[in-house]
Every structure is written in structure tokens, then in C-alpha cells.
Design a protein around this ligand. Structure first.
Ligand code: FE2
Ligand code: FE2
Length: 306
């Protein structure tokens, strides 16, 4: 097979409307099957009446982003149904795509780690309710949360963390921005740069999140601490308090929290998502300025570049 093409899963074919698809002739020549923007008939998709199809390797990154967005929307939709089982399934699909799909969708999470996350939370519904609250607040928040969870799980898996630690970090990742559900919907949905007053309000999500998690007694204190301190920096330049003594969990989630918008969504300074290497370069400058731990940064880089 030609190196410049990547196979597309049959089950995902309808997600590739925006991309030209190719098939290979008997002579192993790549031929155009459909142009960019063209749809394959629903009946054909249903009966799988199409050859093995491929995208150009050069479309990989954009296709991966499109696919990931669709799956995230599916996850958000599922969360609305508020059932533990569908959420688990949606997360498991996301994970499976990340592990098996040729497009390398969203970091790498293992299905077992999701099982670990939900163990013990089956009885009281707090975690599920929190996810439902998140999804009701804004799509951006859901996308961000799933990305943080995915990267955190990748970190834990790579460094062979013990189950208890994986669970604390995973739940911390899910809940770190839970305080945002108490911000005004105007702030959660704004697409323009925040005013100073709005940014001040955004900062309160740390204190609000801390309170929400503490009030529901089923979470470990470390998880509430992450919500409170994930925007603190080791040089004292963070918020809400400007402290420099930060727990390992909050340091990790804080670092990933800074990496995620760079790599996945773009920031006010870097409008488009950056390649992982560029995102890490930008983050490295922050590490060199003393905001994050060098060791934590090195450990994070190693889990991304395996
Ligand atoms: Fe945050
Ligand atoms: Fe965050």
C-alpha cells in the first residue's frame, strides 16, 4: 500500500464528508472515490457498499480533529442522558478510537482506567451529576475536560501509576473546572477576549469548584485541592492566592491544563491549535520562567513522545 494514504474505518465513513477519499485499483494505484465535500449515499453506507477507503496522509491531522470533535459531541450528548452506563460506553469508545484508530484521535486512555475512575462512585451519583452539569454549561468546557482527562490518563499509564493514584488524578481531571458551572452563561459562552472584570469572575471558578467538591463528601481532599490550586504557579504568579506550595496532583493537572488549549483549541495568543512539539516549546518557556516544575514537564513530555 502507498505510504501516503491511511485507511478509514468503515464504521466512521460518514464522518469524512469534508475530505476526499481514495481507493486502490487492482494495480495498486490510488484513485479518487469521492471529492472533498461530497457525501456518500446513506443507503451505500448502511449496506457498506463501498471499497476499502483511504484518506491522504496529509489530511490526517485535520481528519483526526474532525473525528475527535464528532466523538466529543457524542460524549456530551450522552452525558445529558445522565446514565452511568452510557457515559462509560461513550468514554470507552473514545478510548478505543484513540488506541485502535489509525488517526490517533485523542491521546491514549485505557478502558480499564475508566473502570477504575467509576469504581466506588456507582452508589452515589455525584460524579455523573458533575459530568451532566459540565455538559450543560458549555461544549467548550466538555471538550476541555475530556482532553484533560485523556492527557492525564496517558500520563498515569505511561508512568505506571498505582490504581489509587490513577483514580485520584482521573477524578481530579474531570472535576478540576467544575466551578465553571457556577459562572454566568455569558462568560462560559463568550468567544471574545474577556474584560478584566470578567477575568476576575473566571478566577472564582477555583474557589467555587473547591466548595462544590468539599460539600459532596465522597471525594478525597486532594481532588478538592486540585480544583482550588490548578491555576497556582510555582513562582507565585498564579491564582486565587498566589501560593507556591502546590500539591503534585495540582501541579500535574495545572501543567496539562496549560498544554491542552495550545495543542487542541488555540489560545488568545496562538489562535490555532499548535503541533505538540510547538505546544511543548511554548510551555517550556513557562517552565524556564519558573512557573512549573522541570521534572513534571520532563515527565509529561516523555509520556507524549513515546
Ligand atoms: Fe481552571
Ligand atoms: Fe481547566
Amino acid at each position: 500500500m502507498d505510504e501516503d494514504f491511511i485507511p478509514v474505518k468503515k464504521s466512521q465513513i460518514s464522518l469524512f464528508k469534508s475530505f476526499p477519499l481514495f481507493y486502490f485499483s487492482k494495480e495498486n494505484e490510488p484513485l479518487l472515490y469521492k471529492k472533498e465535500g461530497e457525501r456518500i449515499k446513506a443507503s451505500r453506507i448502511k449496506d457498506e457498499q463501498f471499497p476499502d477507503l483511504f484518506i491522504r496522509a496529509s489530511d490526517r491531522e485535520n481528519a483526526s480533529h474532525a473525528l475527535y470533535k464528532t466523538m466529543n459531541a457524542h460524549l456530551a450528548e450522552t452525558i445529558f442522558s445522565q446514565g452511568l452506563v452510557p457515559i462509560r460506553q461513550a468514554l470507552a469508545t473514545l478510548v478505543q478510537e484513540a488506541l485502535e484508530g489509525p488517526l490517533n484521535v485523542s491521546g491514549q486512555m485505557l478502558p480499564e482506567t475508566i473502570e477504575i475512575l467509576f469504581q466506588g462512585y456507582n452508589e452515589n451519583k455525584t460524579l455523573v451529576e458533575s459530568l451532566a452539569k459540565l455538559s450543560g454549561s458549555s461544549d467548550k468546557l466538555v471538550e476541555h475536560t475530556v482532553n484533560i482527562l485523556s492527557l492525564t490518563m496517558q500520563f498515569c499509564t505511561f508512568h505506571h501509576y498505582a490504581e489509587a493514584k490513577v483514580k485520584t488524578l482521573g477524578v481530579s481531571a474531570i472535576l478540576h473546572d467544575i466551578g465553571c458551572t457556577q459562572l454566568s452563561s455569558e462568560i462560559n459562552h463568550t468567544k471574545t477576549k474577556l474584560s478584566d472584570a470578567q477575568f476576575k469572575e473566571v478566577q472564582t471558578h477555583t474557589v467555587k469548584g473547591h466548595r462544590i467538591i468539599k460539600e459532596s463528601t465522597c471525594f478525597e481532599p486532594e481532588i478538592a485541592m486540585v480544583a482550588l490550586t490548578h491555576h497556582e504557579k510555582l513562582d507565585g504568579s498564579g491564582y486565587p492566592k498566589g501560593i507556591v506550595d502546590i500539591s503534585e496532583e495540582a501541579e500535574l493537572i495545572g501543567l496539562i491544563n496549560s498544554y491542552e488549549p495550545l495543542a487542541y483549541r488555540g489560545t488568545s495568543r496562538h489562535a490555532d491549535p499548535q503541533k505538540p512539539y510547538n505546544s511543548l516549546q511554548i510551555l517550556k518557556n513557562e517552565v524556564m520562567a519558573g512557573k512549573y516544575s522541570k521534572q513534571m514537564f520532563v515527565n509529561f513530555c516523555s509520556c507524549l513522545t513515546r
